[in-house]
Design a protein around this ligand. Structure first.
Ligand SMILES: C[S@@+](CC[C@H](N)C(=O)[O-])C[C@H]1O[C@@H](n2cnc3c(N)ncnc32)[C@H](O)[C@@H]1O
Length: 258
């Protein structure tokens, strides 16, 4: 992950560098213009189609420049980003429990977290369903070094290095697949959805959460579904529930069928 540290330049960070009333007036005016421009852009981004498209494209380009799956990026992710999303993991874990209870209960359930990163969501879920088996899978060994701290010796919680598009599970063997913030990184999203469809038990469910700005649009997801051998209506786009942070997320849901 590239972190840009902003260094003060030409001593301008020092106080007493000769500010005058007129320069602070100019600065105030400049600041007001900047805030107005940001507000205007925000409105365009939120309420107009071209604005939404442009914002999505900028967000995707910025995200593509971020590399957080090797050190020191993984450590930075653990320290800076994972805590920001803490509230999301709480509401996703509640969704997981609700879905399992609606489908026959949590006892003995098999849960898989795709692209589990440092394992925060796995921990959150494990605190709510003590009688389930949870496996986190991630491509990144350095992320899994962090996640591994949460593994249990009885195998109830474990972490595997692997690709979500090639899961080491039997057909129809998983009750619930969950994923947060990983889908937009998948090189082969239709491969992953085909795998999810393969491993889910009939009556099982997949809940895939991603940032709205980075997640696939409904049109893109239709293509992903078709390429995965599914019908486009099999993957349902929903609003993520929960606190303020959830408003930035969408959820894709796929039911396991015979
Ligand atoms: C932004 S992190 C999110 C981690 C975690 N789910 C969270 O919410 O904090 C995205 C993770 O997805 C993983 N990832 C990307 N593509 C993957 C794939 N095809 N299979 C498994 N993991 C993948 C990355 O290695 C990374 O750890």
């Amino acid at each position: 992950m590239k972190f840009f540290s902003r260094q003060p330049q030409n001593g301008s960070h020092l106080t007493g560098t000769g500010d005058t009333g007129s320069s602070s007036g100019r600065r105030g005016k400049g600041l007001r213009r900047l805030v107005s421009a940001i507000l205007l852009l925000g409105l365009l981004a939120a309420f107009t189609r071209p604005g939404k498209k442009a914002t999505r494209s900028i967000a995707r380009r910025l995200d593509a420049r971020v590399e957080c799956f090797t050190e020191p990026g993984s450590s930075a992710y653990v320290r800076i980003f994972a805590p920001i999303f803490g509230r999301l993991y709480v509401s996703v874990a509640s969704d997981v429990v609700r879905e399992l209870k609606a489908r026959g209960g949590t006892r003995g359930a098999t849960i898989v977290d795709l692209g589990c990163g440092p394992g925060d969501l796995v921990v959150e879920i494990s605190q709510r369903v003590k009688d389930a088996r949870i496996t986190g899978i991630d491509l990144s060994p350095s992320m899994l070094l962090w996640a591994g701290r949460h593994a249990t010796t009885d195998g109830r919680i474990k972490f595997l290095v692997g690709d979500a598009a090639a899961m080491p599970f039997d057909d129809a063997s998983v009750d619930l697949v969950v994923s947060t913030l990983s889908m937009h990184h998948w090189d082969d999203p239709s491969g992953v959805f085909a795998e999810i469809d393969r491993v889910l038990r009939p009556g099982g469910v997949a809940l895939i959460y991603d940032l709205g700005l980075l997640a696939y649009t409904p049109e893109e997801m239709d293509e992903v579904a078709i390429a995965a051998g599914l019908e486009s209506e099999d993957i349902v786009r929903e609003r993520a529930r929960g606190g303020l942070i959830s408003t930035f997320f969408v959820r894709y849901k796929l039911e396991g069928v015979d």
